[in-house]
Ligand binder design. Structure first.
Ligand code: ADE
Length: 416
């Protein structure tokens, strides 16, 4: 047992982890328990200043079982995915010593000691904004720090993968590839960083949150249905994606936006077409807007992609293009009259400033985009978008050393 066990000390670690959006999609598993995919995927990590999970973890001799609180509510840790992560981490834990507090936990102690996990997502959970990716990556990263797991980020990514597939990609910032791997035990199904966030930092990502309600179909059951019923999925995994992965790696390396946009759009449409459950995401897509934006100035100015929910993710190649895109989005999707600008466009507000929009009236008086000026009045979709998030490629997980950021009371080991 840990030294000083007479004392009710509490040792905590707090970490922050980003979400990610796949531009070459993970869709379909070859092993449901180990969460092994049928193809490689590539993602962009989103700036945690705008979308992130913060998780505090604690260990104390006073804890009598593992417990977790998510967004203020206690949730069960009994699910196989959480249990797999906890087991893997415990088996890799090392000695921990804090001389100042008189704490010593040996590698063996970790098998018996219990942890408390308190997590908070600063965006709607399970609305298709990859909350489980950020959440499970943060859980694994913070516990790995607490338990002194010495494995590198790639090895940690293989643990996070067992909690939620796309979580493995949230262990890195910038541009990340999840290698599907070949081993039956999943040991080579890991994430690697292709380039960090500074490599291509003029990209701007605008997410149109169509609905922040919980998804009706989970990604897990959607994928299972696809693999069981679609004849196209095998062709996608074996023939289509391997070529796209090579091309996408090249596009990212060369910051080739037209190629990046073409591949991103092609891949999301490929998944949408294969998976009829996701067809409802098309309700957002305004084909006229999309075509106009694509042909603007001759080369694609915007890449679009959808994740497991109906929210649209639009990627612009620089701030100027992003400001023009935001003007068009706000023209077509104005807010309901009772909305306020600060909650209708969140994240990086400077894009709003670049778009020349300072108040709600500026949205109402936006002129029609030049490409439709000569046409008859166009349809608007007031209130169809709940809000927009402006963000950019961002960094990977970090430990927050400032005690005031901890979500756990250091005296009681319970949520603050
Ligand atoms: N699922 C969704 N969000 C999560 C979080 N923050 N931690 C663990 N699991 C999650």
């Amino acid at each position: 047992m840990a030294a000083e066990s007479g004392k009710n000390w509490v040792l905590t670690v707090t970490a922050q982890t980003p979400t990610n959006i796949a531009v070459i999609k993970y869709w379909g598993k070859r092993d449901e328990d180990l969460i092994l995919p049928i193809n490689d995927s590539i993602s962009v990590t989103l700036d945690p200043d705008h979308l992130c999970t913060t998780t505090s973890v604690a260990v104390s001799p006073a804890f009598i079982h593992d417990r977790m609180w998510l967004n203020g509510k206690e949730v069960s840790l009994s699910g196989g995915r959480y249990q797999n992560c906890l087991r893997e981490l415990r088996s890799r834990a090392s000695d921990v010593e804090d001389e100042q507090k008189g704490i010593k936990i040996t590698k063996k102690d970790w098998e018996k000691m219990h942890v408390h996990i308190v997590s908070y997502n600063n965006f709607p959970t399970a609305a298709g904004l990859a909350s489980s990716a950020a959440g499970l990556a943060c859980l694994v990263f913070s516990l790995a720090k607490l338990m002194n797991v010495r494995d590198d980020h790639s090895r940690l990514s293989a643990i996070a993968r067992q909690g939620s597939g796309s979580a493995c990609r949230s262990l890195y910032g910038g541009f990340v590839k999840w290698i599907m791997g070949k081993e039956e035990n999943g040991s080579d199904s890991i994430a690697v960083q292709l380039a960090d966030e500074k490599h291509w930092d003029d990209l701007v990502i605008i997410i149109a949150v169509v609905s922040s309600r919980q998804k009706e179909t989970s990604s897990t059951s959607g994928m299972k249905d696809t693999v069981e019923t679609s004849m196209l999925i095998e062709h996608r995994a074996k023939e289509v994606v391997p070529k796209r992965i090579i091309q996408m790696e090249e596009a990212i390396k060369n910051r080739d936006f037209p190629a990046f946009a073409r591949l991103t759009c092609a891949d999301t449409i490929c998944v949408l077409l294969i998976d009829l459950i996701k067809i409802k995401a098309f309700t957002f897509q305004d084909n006229q807007l999309r075509r106009k934006m694509e042909s603007f100035q001759g080369t694609p100015q915007v890449a679009y992609t959808f994740d497991a929910g109906p929210n649209a993710v639009l990627i612009s190649h620089n701030r100027k293009a992003a400001a023009l895109l935001l003007q068009r989005l706000l023209f077509y999707f104005p807010p309901n009259p009772d909305a306020d600008l600060n909650s209708y466009v969140i994240g990086d507000k400077t894009i709003l400033k670049d778009a020349g929009i300072q108040n709600m009236n500026d949205i109402e008086t936006l002129p029609p985009p030049p490409e439709i000026r000569d046409n008859n009045p166009t349809q608007k979709y007031r209130g169809d978008v709940s809000y927009f998030i402006c963000t950019r490629p961002g960094r990977g997980p970090v430990v927050l050393t400032d005690e005031s950021r901890s979500l756990i009371n250091p005296e009681t080991g319970l949520p603050k």
